[in-house]
Unconditional design. Structure first.
Ligand code: TRP
Ligand code: ZN
Length: 455
């Protein structure tokens, strides 16, 4: 029996028979924080998601068509899917074998896929989706609300509503067609293509042409007030607001075009062709998410939260993580955007914000771990990632001066636009552009244990 073979021996046996070992896509993308997130052996080029959701019964019917490319010969590969019942699965229109193993949907195509081949996987599924609980205790994924669902997938919730290659390392374009009862609105990412009502149901169609990580996909459903307009820069804005949040949200959402314009001046051109906001009423969620092109708020946001989620469009959405350990590249940057906005709009200077944080005593949770090494998935949304991450950028700014600092931010957004970045690539870029040896600064602020010495 396999179970009686020691692990090391099993590895040797596997290595000795490459015919089987080399053709199976791995169950994860290799990220130690979320070992089963994503999958190996293929890249998803495009997701076509057709969903029917009934808020009354909380029942979801889905058909997902994934266009993928094999990065190796594949006799078997995995998708991520948590819960729900799979009712059919084909690869290139031929019925394929499949089984469920926790969050892994293990697919065995009738014939092996050659490396480099583009192939199409069609999965039909249904059930009553619900969120996953993250290592830090928060809910993520398909979160039913009183009138629909709040759908936010960071870091691992995409698999609660569609079969996914659920790691930001893999980015894809998306199309959505979401059918809900007439009078209810379904809002996804990207460009709104229109809706059609028949037989008491309305189908909303959306297209997200620029590459997107699965965790940034949404299909949020509810009774929403909708507002659409085009900005001076030609950006298509679609806002959906829960009427219970409408009066509090209006004043803040009015600022969206000016916030995006201000950020475009600092960070370079806005990376997507669509924009907007989804303001839901979902008190049990407790956070907002930078869903691509159209951030999702659990209640009317403050201006600084609007600035934060908007900044993520450059840092996190367009420039994606390669591994969750580098999460400060998302949260530190979005937090620093809040500080910069305050500084330039009548609030405290970034230096004052830095000083107030630095004044916290050595035992404060701010210093619990360094932002460049959170240690586990449990810590990726904790204070050191956000605040000390932003403090790192502030120290960089002080060291190189404003012109060079903003040149670095713009180069980062431009060089990795619609792609990926790592902490090592960022520090190398900062050193190259400034012509300075910044090793000590980054070592102290990104990796030093405890409260750094006074800068
Ligand atoms: N990325 C979000 C933000 O800061 C926060 C977030 C997403 C989050 N998912 C979460 C925070 C889960 C806590 C738990 O904009
Ligand atoms: Zn954030």
């Amino acid at each position: 029996m396999v179970a009686t073979v020691p692990v090391a021996v099993a590895a040797l046996l596997a290595a000795a028979s490459p015919a089987s070992a080399g053709t199976i896509g791995s169950a994860g993308a290799g990220d130690p924080y979320f070992p089963l997130a994503g999958n190996g052996g293929y890249h998803v080029v495009h997701y076509d998601l057709k969903l029917h959701y009934d808020p009354e019964t909380e029942h979801l019917d889905g058909t997902a068509v994934l266009t993928a490319r094999a990065t190796q010969r594949l006799t078997r590969f995995d998708l991520d899917l948590d819960g729900l019942k799979v009712t059919g699965l084909t690869v290139d229109h031929v019925k394929a074998g499949y089984r469920r193993d926790g969050q892994e949907l293990v697919v065995t195509p009738r014939t092996a896929l050659p490396g480099g081949r583009e192939f199409r996987v069609t999965v039909t599924y249904s059930g009553r989706p619900g969120p996953v609980t993250d290592p830090d205790g928060s809910l993520d994924g398909w979160i039913p609300t009183s009138d629909g669902a709040f759908v936010a997938g960071e870091p691992q919730g995409a698999m609660t509503w569609f079969p996914a290659n659920g790691h930001p390392e893999d980015k894809s374009s998306y199309d959505f067609a979401i059918t809900v009862p007439e009078g209810t609105t379904a809002v996804a990412n990207g460009v709104y293509l229109g809706s059609r009502t028949a037989g008491g149901r309305t189908t909303f169609r959306w297209s997200q042409p620029e590459p997107m990580a699965a965790y940034l996909a949404t299909a949020t459903v509810g009774k929403f007030q909708v507002q659409q307009y085009t900005t001076r820069d030609g950006l298509k804005v679609f806002n959906a607001v829960d009427p219970r949040e409408a009066s509090a949200a209006a004043r803040v959402l009015k600022k969206l075009p000016s916030v995006l314009e201000w950020e475009s001046k600092l960070f370079g051109p806005y990376p997507f062709r669509a924009a907007g906001a989804i303001v839901d009423h979902a008190p049990k969620v407790g956070y907002a998410l930078e869903t691509q092109g159209r951030p999702l708020y659990d209640s009317a946001p403050s201006v600084s939260t609007l600035v934060h989620e908007s900044a993520h469009q450059w840092f996190g959405d367009s420039v994606s993580l390669t591994r969750w350990k580098d999460i400060w590249l998302n949260e530190g940057f979005a937090t620093y955007a809040e500080w910069l906005y305050a500084e330039q709009h009548g609030g405290p200077s970034a230096q004052k914000t830095f000083d107030d944080l630095y004044a916290r005593r050595a035992g404060d949770s701010l210093w619990a771990f360094p932002p460049g090494d959170p240690g586990s998935g449990e810590n990726i949304f904790a204070a050191p990632v956000y605040n000390r991450g932003a403090m790192t950028l502030h120290e960089l700014r002080r060291a190189v001066g404003d012109p060079v600092f903003f040149r670095i931010l713009r180069a980062w957004a431009a060089c990795h636009r619609h792609g990926h970045g790592t902490t090592g690539q960022f520090t190398a870029l900062a050193k190259r552009i400034s012509g300075r040896n910044l090793d000590g600064l980054f070592h102290t602020w990104l990796y030093g244990r405890g409260k750094p010495d006074r800068p």
